[in-house]
Design a protein around this ligand. Structure first.
Ligand SMILES: Nc1ncnc2c1ncn2[C@@H]1O[C@H](COP(=O)(O)OP(=O)(O)OP(=O)(O)O)[C@@H](O)[C@H]1O
Ligand SMILES: [Mg+2]
Length: 335
């Protein structure tokens, strides 16, 4: 028995097989291009192609099927923290549906709701409130994904939105500094805020890696593949290509910084006595040359990169380790 964690990204599919949820022993780590470029199939044709791709992966890499865990892209899910009057467990269970209807923009009959109490005072007092995390997903889409796996004989033990996996992989403690977790990808970036060891909010920024490839391709008349190579080789290095590449890449990074500043402002508005002190970068694009320095300079906070295999040994990937935090977080979940 082992755990197989799968993160289907637009650019590549990441898979980690680990001995158990401690994640200390890695049996396999795999990264393959997503040749379909999609993360959730919409119609019958796409379902067919998607099933074949998944089934081939299990076959080609002889993946263990006993405990298969899947990541869901953030756009399929709405996560929100709400503050409500103090309720006991039974009261909360009956009130939560109504609360979710107000907070989550998914029609009731398509809503799959999970919730978790984040903060609750010891005793009920007149003004006591509690904080509850709501995670709503579209039942119809989740069922499609689940069925694809069921049809090839796999019942997933866990489907989780990627930002929660990343947060778990970081093992954040309540006395850690207030932080932004920036989960970067090809299609977009998720910006989440954690304070006092707890999730505050997440929102999406459209400034993903493919936007940069597109801008480079257009400016230098290259195809997207070549453009990606330029991006990876030179990034934000001002000495390369007489500074012409950084001129093209910078505006997109600047837009991402504007989104980070929005998150910082939103957090301080709600917690005037607290301050974001750290940004943690995760995902493939987080490896961009010069990015850590650029963020440190413009935002004036400590910027770190994730190290998803810090406590692991075995078949650790040789490259693109930053892309694997989603898988390592899925593995760390105790079921
Ligand atoms: N050194 C680097 N500099 C800049 N970008 C990089 C670097 N290394 C990888 N990337 C980019 O990271 C992306 C791949 O990362 P990742 O595998 O995390 O994305 P994904 O999971 O497929 O995307 P998504 O989650 O948005 O669907 C590609 O866009 C790739 O060009
Ligand atoms: Mg991804």
């Amino acid at each position: 028995m082992s755990i197989t964690a799968i993160d289907i990204g637009t650019h590549s599919i990441k898979i980690v097989v680990a001995k158990d949820s401690k994640g200390q022993v890695i049996n396999k780590s795999i990264e393959v291009p997503n040749k379909l470029g999609m993360v959730a199939p919409k119609n019958d044709q796409e379902i067919l192609q998607f099933s074949e791709m998944i089934s081939n992966l299990f076959h080609d890499y002889k993946l263990d099927q006993s405990d298969v865990r899947l990541s869901l892209p953030e756009y399929l899910v709405t996560s929100k923290v709400i503050e409500i009057p103090f309720l006991n467990e039974a009261e909360l269970a009956s009130a939560i549906g109504w609360q979710a209807e107000q907070a989550i923009p998914i029609p009731k009959n398509d809503l799959m709701l999970q919730y978790q109490v984040l903060e609750k005072p010891e005793k009920k007092t007149a003004n006591a409130t509690m904080k509850v995390l709501l995670v709503g997903s579209r039942k119809s889409v989740i069922e499609k994904i689940n069925n694809i796996f069921l049809n090839i004989g796999i019942e997933a033990t866990l489907l989780e939105t990627q930002i929660f996996s990343v947060i778990r992989s970081l093992d954040i403690q309540s006395n850690d500094p207030e932080a932004i977790i920036l989960q970067m990808g090809t299609s977009g970036n998720d910006i989440a805020v954690i304070a006092n060891g707890m999730f505050e909010f997440v929102f999406n920024s459209k400034t993903g890696g493919s936007l940069i490839d597109g801008a480079i391709a257009q400016s230098f008349n290259l195809d997207n593949k070549q453009a990606e190579e330029y991006k990876i080789n030179y990034g934000l290095d001002p000495t390369q290509m007489e500074g012409k590449l950084i001129q093209v890449v910078s505006p997109i990074i600047d837009n991402m910084i504007i989104d980070l500043q929005k998150a910082i402002r939103f957090f301080t508005q709600n917690h005037p006595e607290q301050k974001i002190k750290r940004i943690v970068l995760s995902g493939g694009p987080a490896a961009m040359k010069g990015l850590t320095e650029k963020l440190t300079q413009t935002l004036g906070v400590e910027v770190l990169q994730v190290d998803p295999f810090a406590g692991s040994k075995g078949q650790i990937p040789e490259k693109n380790q930053l892309s694997f935090s989603v898988c390592m977080g899925l593995i760390a979940r105790k079921l």
